[in-house]
Design a protein around this ligand. Structure first.
Ligand SMILES: Cc1cc2nc3c(=O)[nH]c(=O)nc-3n(C[C@H](O)[C@H](O)[C@H](O)COP(=O)(O)OP(=O)(O)OC[C@H]3O[C@@H](n4cnc5c(N)ncnc54)[C@H](O)[C@@H]3O)c2cc1C
Length: 399
């Protein structure tokens, strides 16, 4: 058996098959295995999530996801890692991490186990083409021609090409007759052409971002909002980027409505501002607002609210209403994403209606298997993408 791609899915599949006595060769184009694992979770590796729920996974074929994950919740993954000698600890919202809080431990223990159970790990070996004649797959690689009777494609997606993200697996699969679901970057930063955004670069607030496409409400996410010189990032933005990405590809007009103070209701914020007004004070409004909001955001708020007054003493209820409305409804149009280079994952991929969810075997080509992100399944932030990679790696098997 040859496995193409030594990322999360490939390493897990290799170990699982070799433990069952299969002779496995694992080919990796990078000079070392598991590059995405190494940078994941800011170097801590958010390896899984304790609360696996189908609504955290996205695909054109949710039935396939349900069948693959049935009986394959977090404890199965935990057992796999315990068998490697890796202990896990829980963070916020069920996120699981290696106890060392080091992604390197995950990669080193996976690689050690793969070699221990006899997997031949070949790095610096990029597969350039795949062909099947009769029962034999022939692979052209940068280290010569290789052949096998069972082939597993775990070559991932084009997300993060700087770490090995590539389209090559899709090309091999489509040449052998597989269909693809359109691919878009996800868990990715968003770009805006609004001129004001550059002026707030570096400002981070805990806010609520609501996405509208062609004026229609799509979704909302709460969390960090980080303004940047190209647009906006932060956890809340990554969480809704999947929706933006697919809608922009559909030529929809996407706009974010940013609530910069979600913890304060409109009434509470209005009352707070009313209380702060000292009518005899001629303090400039911009300075007065610094008492509650980041300085870099103030000129935007004043401009967008079309506030007519410039000093505290001139404020009245009407002007305060305008300020409150803008603080809770700052509009940001989004014209692009940072693309696959900025993305953590890819939506879309191999059409799963052509894959057996029990064995991950192709229904189009005998003895061809898929696991991990190459498939049309992506997960939410929080360890769900690795869960998919580990589980599909484990399930790669002949019936
Ligand atoms: C910055 C970043 C942080 C992330 N953090 C997290 C996190 O904390 N938690 C989480 O759940 N998910 C996280 N993810 C997502 C997660 O890394 C992926 O979903 C997961 O790695 C997918 O596993 P995979 O094995 O399918 O693909 P990959 O891990 O991408 O592995 C595919 C491998 O195939 C190799 N390859 C590709 N083409 C060829 C070829 N032609 N020949 C030979 N080798 C080839 C690649 O070099 C690569 O090593 C993160 C992703 C990024 C980019």
């Amino acid at each position: 058996m040859i496995i193409v791609g030594a990322g999360a899915a490939g390493l897990c599949a290799a170990i699982t098959r070799a433990r069952e006595g299969e002779k496995v060769t694992l080919l990796e184009q990078n000079s070392k295995v598991g590059k995405k694992i190494l940078v994941s979770g800011n170097g801590k590796c958010n390896i899984d999530n304790k609360y696996i729920n189908l609504n955290r996974f996205h695909s054109q074929n949710p039935d396939f996801v349900a069948k693959v994950l049935e009986g394959y919740d977090f404890p199965i993954v935990e057992k796999f890692f315990t068998s490697l000698g890796l202990e896990l600890v829980e963070g916020k919202e069920g996120k699981m991490f290696p106890m060392s809080l080091q992604a390197t431990s995950v990669v080193e223990l996976l690689e050690y186990e793969a070699k221990r159970v006899g997997v031949e790990v070949v790095c610096d070996c990029a597969v350039t083409s795949v062909d099947k004649k009769g029962d034999t797959f022939t692979l052209e690689t940068t280290q010569g021609t290789k052949s096998c009777t069972k082939l597993v494609l775990t070559s991932g997606s084009p997300a993060a090409p700087q770490l090995g993200g590539s389209n090559s697996g899709y090309a091999f699969a489509t040449k052998m007759g597989h269909a693809l679901i359109p691919r878009h970057p996800s868990l990715v930063q968003l770009c805006s052409e609004e001129p004001w955004v550059k002026g707030c670069a570096g400002v981070k607030v805990t806010g609520l971002a609501t996405l509208y496409a062609n004026g229609e409400y799509i979704t909302e996410k709460k969390g960090d909002l980080l303004f940047t010189n190209y647009g906006i990032s932060g956890l809340a933005i990554l969480d809704l980027s999947r929706e933006v990405s697919t809608r922009l590809a559909n030529f929809d007009y996407c706009e974010l409505n940013l609530d910069l103070m979600p913890e304060l209701s409109k009434e509470k914020l209005t009352n707070l501002l009313l209380q702060r007004v000292k009518q005899e004070s001629e303090k400039p409004l911009a300075l007065w607002l610094q008492g509650i909001i980041n300085k870099k955001l103030i000129s935007i708020i004043l401009e967008q609210s079309k506030c007519k007054v410039r000093t505290e003493d001139a404020l009245n209820r009407k002007e305060i209403n305008k300020l409150v409305h803008t603080i809770k409804n700052l509009k940001l149009s989004v014209n692009d994403t940072k693309g696959f280079k900025g993305a953590e994952v890819t939506t879309g991929g191999i059409d799963t209606s052509e894959v057996n969810p029990q064995t991950m075997e192709s229904k189009v080509v005998d003895n061809l298997f898929f696991a991990g992100e190459i498939l049309d399944v992506d997960g939410d932030r929080g360890g769900f993408n690795f869960h998919w990679a580990w589980v599909t790696g484990m399930r790669t098997n002949i019936e």
